[in-house]
Ligand binder design. Structure first.
Ligand SMILES: Nc1nc2c(c(=O)[nH]1)N(C=O)[C@@H](CNc1ccc(C(=O)N[C@@H](CCC(=O)O)C(=O)O)cc1)CN2
Ligand SMILES: Nc1ncnc2c1ncn2[C@@H]1O[C@H](COP(=O)(O)OP(=O)(O)OP(=O)(O)O)[C@@H](O)[C@H]1O
Length: 193
């Protein structure tokens, strides 16, 4: 196993051991911290994700965004190895993708240009203070936002949601890694440098 895979395995094991009460509490704290940021207040188009494998639940944050009148989006696996973002409202018809994660059923016309999103809440397995992100290993987020590596103004703002124990001292940056602008955990908002 590579170091990256060992780390994925270790953190995922820890995540899987949390109780339902711990998960709910953490997700509530993260939502409260996120909604207090200026980024969130200014945002109109917010993408999130449906948590799987013990990921920090983004639903409390998405619910708060909806209550604040923002438009919501969820990722769908795209044919080019990246992600499309489809408009989403709770209760919409969904379909499971090949990983068993629900995606909104949407026509190509309704796909949102990723650059027109304000905030993308990203799932992650591990992160460091520089905004380096280790995901599930598909490279989907990196492919989708690769253009950010060569533009001065980064849009959308990529914000990771995580438990505090998902922080590591340092992740070896790969050339394709698109850094996160911030990570929100139950303990705080970490702006990445
Ligand atoms: N909640 C969530 N949605 C997401 C992502 C994610 O990481 N989390 N993605 C981020 O890119 C994309 C999907 N990427 C994924 C990549 C790998 C696995 C994965 O390895 N899942 C299982 C194995 C499932 C199977 O193959 O049957 C696993 O966890 O072991 C899941 C999603 C889009 N949606
Ligand atoms: N911009 C890109 N173009 C082509 N391939 C890419 C790009 N970004 C990442 N990849 C490929 O994706 C693979 C997985 O990358 P990595 O391990 O960083 O994924 P991850 O960030 O953990 O996954 P995810 O974003 O899906 O959660 C790598 O082998 C890499 O070659």
């Amino acid at each position: 196993m590579t170091d990256r895979n060992r780390l994925r395995h270790e953190i995922r094991r820890r995540r899987a051991a949390l109780t339902a009460a711990q998960r709910e509490r953490a997700a509530r704290h993260v939502a409260a911290r996120l909604t207090a940021t200026a980024w969130f207040r200014r945002a109109r188009h917010v993408a999130g994700y449906l948590a799987v494998s013990g990921e920090l639940d983004a639903l409390p944050a998405l619910t708060a965004a909806r209550v604040a009148g923002k438009r919501l989006y969820l990722p769908a696996l795209a044919t080019h190895g990246g992600l499309w973002f489809h408009p989403w409202r709770p209760g919409m018809p969904m379909r499971g993708n090949r990983f068993g994660i629900d995606e909104p059923l949407a026509t190509p016309r309704r796909r949102k240009d990723p650059r027109a999103l304000d905030i993308v809440l990203t799932p992650l397995v591990a992160f460091d203070r520089h905004g380096h992100r280790l995901g599930m290993g598909g490279g989907f987020y990196d492919r989708t936002f690769a253009y950010q590596l060569c533009v001065p103004v980064r849009r959308p703002i990529l914000i990771g949601l995580a438990y505090d124990f998902q922080e590591v001292e340092s992740l070896a940056a790969e050339s394709w890694d698109v850094p996160l602008a911030a990570v929100v955990t139950p303990r705080g908002v970490y702006r990445c440098t």
